[in-house]
Design a protein around this ligand. Structure first.
Ligand code: COA
Ligand code: AMP
Length: 631
């Protein structure tokens, strides 16, 4: 079937299309309906169906003869260790963790927060929750205690699963003090904290509700798979929004499994038995979907990589892993490639490895600049495919399609064409579709296909208001973009207060909240500034209260450490600049977009409602001085 006919079919008869795809996974009970609406008028996929996502990822493969195949490779250059688990071994490990969770009273619908580094136990933990119908919420290890506390209060977990430490390059990051601080700050009382002790750093377990992981699972009986409803939540994954409060993206069981299985066939074109590697982190959606669930549901071998593209130990790290495990399809963020390019511009290290197994490279998580795309294409000599998606969608919405094994024309700067099931439209402010070449808001016509978020955790109103109200009949993605005459879509960036730092999605509103809490700060604006390595980095403009005598440099440094401590090092908030005033409209709205244009050296047109033109001049002068460029 051609891409065009498949896409057409998915739009003309979505129920028949997705009923067909649903037949490729094992249901304990077939769905009553393919697409329906719930009492809130929100779409639901496969209502009435019963299944278990862990069963699909593990038991099914063991039962159908794949038990001895490697399911998971753990590659950890930062600890110089590696391990492999067959599907049968994964099943044993996971079932025991599931049994241990049950012993703590965790059951269907209960939440479990997982705050762990990239070690095999994190995958056992996720799958164990799925096995007993508990809802996991993985929190990225780079988030600080306050962010973890926010998630604890929102998800209200019975149990937190963690490890004693993570490793960043050669730096040991103890996790337990972060968990302690978060548990102390949160209003919600967590019943138990289970800690996996790593050899490089042992955590002190001092309270009666703190449990050692190994002791915890030692005598646990393996737990069987619970049958859950298709529409039951599998996980909550928090992501940054336009306010300081993270949004709990919910993923259901049925739609998720069907969509991921389909994406492996259609988008990535991998088969059971293939080796698939997504070099991301389980704390992000890429890790949920393409390190854990999709490859395992498909019967692939997946790689859990505890390392970086560079300095672990060098810029040949990716090539070594691809060569060692004969990776067929590789997926990472453009930042990773920019880091390699910086350290090994001629790709000399790549030549040291046999990477002939590699057929395709997929990039996502942030805009891919043409220079990085061309460099990767030239280096690898294989199709390098930029594709676009977000935590909310859970799987790709745009990609350059592959037809009969051939990748259709790749256009630099474009994330490709809509994936079957997604009607990607570019809208103007009145929700009209714009012409080719005209930039607008990127929105998806409802219904979204299976796998996309059905609602926000305990915040259906926020879901409707934040995503469905701006353009009635559409889901608003928060991105801007345009399409060319042939339907290729170009994502130009967020049009809200979200920024993307090294593929990590962060909220500038969140950072503003932290900065504004400093006693010397009268007001502030945090914006995203283009950055050669990380795509974007945050930059704060600060106005001090009158009468503040403290040295500006001292306050700037304090603000940098406040963001690091409250949000986390991953924010890369390394620059705060004191200014006399912020540019505003006469009604008091801060002109953040104009400030972005100034720092990125882009032409801009200030609105006629601007309060004072001289303020823009001041910002321009500061940028000229600080960043040594001519505007
Ligand atoms: N736990 C604790 N700290 C973490 C962390 C984690 N899991 N992840 C990042 N951090 C810290 C880093 O140590 C760094 O701290 P520092 O300021 O003390 O140096 C800070 O957060 C910023 O991290 P990062 O921007 O990742 O910088 P880096 O120097 O550690 O690595 C790259 C740079 C380019 C190698 C890295 O960003 C990378 O591999 N990017 C690929 C992006 C990616 O995979 N994104 C996933 C989405 S698909
Ligand atoms: P996250 O939810 O963390 O996956 O971040 C999603 C956001 O990252 C999107 O809304 C986009 O702004 C950005 N993004 C992801 N993939 C791409 C891509 N291929 N091109 C441009 N932006 C992207």
């Amino acid at each position: 079937m051609t891409y065009a006919s498949q896409y057409q079919h998915s739009l003309e008869d979505p129920e028949a299309f997705w009923a067909h795809q649903a037949a490729s996974i094992h249901w304990f009970r077939e769905p009553d309906t393919i697409l329906s609406k719930n009492d809130d008028g929100l779409y639901r996929w496969f209502a009435g169906g019963q299944l278990n996502t862990c069963y699909l990822a593990l038991d099914y493969h063991v039962e159908t003869g794949r038990g001895d195949q490697t399911a998971l490779v753990y590659e950890s250059p930062v600890t110089q260790s590696f391990q492999q688990f067959t599907y049968l071994e994964m099943l044993h490990e996971t079932a025991r963790v599931a049994g241990a969770l049950k012993n703590l009273g965790v059951g269907k619908g209960d939440r479990v927060i997982i705050y762990m580094p990239m070690i095999p136990q994190v995958t056992f933990a996720m799958l164990a929750c799925a096995r007993i119908g508990a809802v996991h919420s993985v929190v990225f290890g780079g988030f600080a205690a306050h962010e973890l506390a926010l998630r604890i209060d929102d998800a209200q977990p019975k149990v937190i699963l963690t490890a004693s430490a993570g490793v960043e390059f050669d730096r040991i990051i103890p996790y337990k003090p972060i968990v302690d601080a978060a548990v102390g700050e949160a209003r919600h009382q967590v019943e138990h904290v289970v800690v996996y002790q790593r050899w490089m750093h042992r955590a002190e377990l001092s309270r009666p509700n703190e449990i050692d992981w190994n002791a915890w699972i030692e005598n646990a009986q393996p737990a069987p798979c619970e049958s859950v409803d298709s529409t039951d939540p599998l996980y909550i994954l928090y992501t940054s929004g336009t306010t300081g409060k993270p949004k709990g993206i919910v993923r259901d069981n049925g739609g998720h499994a069907v969509a991921l299985r389909y994406s492996m066939k259609q988008v990535y074109q991998v088969e059971p038995g293939d080796v698939f590697w997504a070099a991301s982190d389980v704390g992000w959606v890429v890790g949920h979907s393409y390190i854990v669930y999709a490859p395992l549901i498909t019967g692939c071998t997946t790689i859990l990589y505890e390392g970086k593209p560079v300095r672990t130990p060098d810029a040949g790290a990716f090539w070594r892993v691809i060569s060692a495990y004969r990776v067929k399809v590789f997926f990472t963020a453009p930042t990773g490639f920019r880091a390699i390019k910086k350290e090994d511009p001629e790709g000399e290290l790549c030549k040291l490895y046999d990477i002939s197994s590699l057929q395709r490279l997929f990039l996502a998580g942030e805009r891919c600049d043409a220079a990085t795309l061309h460099w990767a294409q030239h280096l690898l000599g294989i199709p390098v495919i930029d594709h676009w998606w977000q935590t909310e969608s859970g799987w790709p919405m745009l990609v350059t399609p592959i037809e009969n094994g051939e990748v259709m024309q790749i256009r630099a700067g474009s994330a490709g064409m809509p994936v079957p099931g997604f009607q990607v439209h570019i809208l103007d402010a009145e929700a009209n579709q714009v012409h080719a070449g005209v930039e607008g808001a990127v929105a998806i016509k409802l219904p979204m296909p299976p796998g996309c978020l059905p609602y926000l955790w305990r915040a259906t109103d926020r879901f409707i208001e934040g995503y469905l109200s701006a353009y009635p009949g559409y889901y608003f993605t928060g991105d801007g973009g345009y399409q060319d005459d042939d339907g290729y879509t170009y994502i130009t960036g967020r049009i809200d207060d979200v920024i993307n730092v090294a593929g990590h999605r962060l909220s500038t509103a969140d950072m503003e909240e932290i900065v504004a809490a400093h006693p010397a700060v009268a007001e502030c604006a945090v914006i995203g500034m283009e950055n050669e390595l990380r795509g974007q980095v945050p930059l704060g403009f600060i106005v001090l209260k009158t009468g503040i005598m403290t040295e500006e440099a001292l306050i700037e440094a304090e603000l940098v450490s406040m963001v690091r401590e409250r949000l986390g090092a991953l924010a890369c908030f390394r620059q705060a600049i004191v200014v006399k005033r912020l540019p505003k409209t006469r009604s008091g709205k801060i002109l953040r977009r104009i400030m972005r244009h100034i720092v990125d050296r882009k032409p801009y047109q200030a609105p006629s409602t601007i309060e004072d033109w001289a303020v823009l001049e001041e910002i321009e002068n500061i940028c000229r001085e600080k960043f040594a460029y001519n505007l």
